[in-house]
Design a protein around this ligand. Structure first.
Ligand code: GLN
Length: 313
């Protein structure tokens, strides 16, 4: 005789068998959490992932929440088969070299926790240099910012979170990225000071309207992109990475309009690649900006170029 529970068990079994992560689910069946953890670290390492132990901990904490890994190691009752199945699903994706940010759906940046999808570049720690540079050089209570190629909205939102009197406009060519950015503005409680529009750099925007223009445009040389790690090459948007034959296409495009978009004495701040300090500062100077400077990141690499619209800097 079969009853409603038999059907539920049957459905759960069918779902278990259909999951792409079935090999992991099977391997971990009946295993304790400590052994699952070791096995996960080993598999991640074998897949070529450098920070295998750290990443395993992030995944474990994610599926065990609100319990922590430490609590669950001490109390097997906190580890249900559903949580193990969820871990197997996440681990399976990560083993295909999908970035951890996309697997978990979020990434910490500055003091924020931002939603990340395959439609946006995962916010990088290096990019916090750009946030610091703007904060240290722009002390006004009020400012209107423009973020060109906003992606997840990371830079714009980090700056708004530090300056309660500032407002910002984020532009992106990708409608999908704008959906992520708008969601992040809501998630961070900053939606009342952040607006987002679809567009190609600053085309069609009001002239002389912005105190600060920021951008982390695509700057990887096209030929170099193909040699990057699979997380970047296969899972992050080329639109956010590919800077053309010499990596500088986006800077040239943006600089055509920047002097007109910036208010007088307004500041431009670009993120750049480690070897682009000279080439991008030359472009910024050639566009007529003054006070051009290159700033390094915490690893000592050139990372940001700034310039001002006006002579008195
Ligand atoms: N820093 C990024 C990387 O190396 C590139 C970011 C960009 O092109 N804007 O993956």
């Amino acid at each position: 005789m079969t009853g409603p529970f038999d059907k539920m068990v049957g459905d759960a079994r069918a779902q278990f068998d259909a999951a792409p992560s079935k090999p992991l689910r099977e391997a971990w069946q009946g295993m304790g959490l400590a052994d699952i953890r070791s096995d996960l670290v080993r598999r991640l390492g074998e897949a070529g992932i450098d920070e295998a132990a750290v990443e395993a901990r992030h995944m474990l904490n994610h599926v065990l929440a609100p319990a922590t890994l430490a609590e669950a190691l001490a109390d097997p009752a906190l580890v249900s088969w559903q949580r193990v199945a969820h871990l197997a699903d996440l681990a399976w994706e990560r083993l295909q070299r999908k970035p951890l940010s996309q697997v978990l759906g979020s990434q910490p940046f500055w003091t924020l926790d931002l939603a990340v999808t395959p439609d946006v570049l995962t916010p990088r720690a290096d990019t916090e240099t750009l946030v610091e540079v703007v904060l240290s050089r722009c002390e006004g209570q009020e400012a209107r910012m423009l973020d060109l190629g906003t992606g997840s909205g990371a830079i714009l939102l980090a700056l708004l979170s530090e300056r309660p009197g500032w407002t910002g406009l984020g532009v992106d060519l990708s409608g999908e990225a704008l959906t992520v950015a708008r969601g992040n503005a809501e998630r961070c409680g900053l939606a009342n000071r952040a607006a987002f529009v679809r567009g190609r750099w600053s085309a069609g925007l009001e002239r002389a309207a912005f105190d600060i223009v920021i951008s982390n445009p695509p700057y990887i040389v096209s030929d170099v992109l193909a040699g990057l790690e699979p997380e970047v090459r296969e899972h992050e948007p080329a639109l956010a990475l590919d800077g053309g034959a010499d990596g500088l296409d986006a800077y040239r495009d943006i600089l055509r309009d920047v002097p007109e978009i910036l208010k007088r004495n307004g500041m431009l701040a670009f993120e750049i690649g480690y070897d682009q300090g000279v080439s991008v500062s030359d472009l910024v100077r050639a566009a007529g900006l003054s006070g051009v400077a290159v700033i390094r990141d915490l690893s000592g690499q050139d990372r940001v170029v700034i310039g001002y619209n006006g002579e008195n800097r």
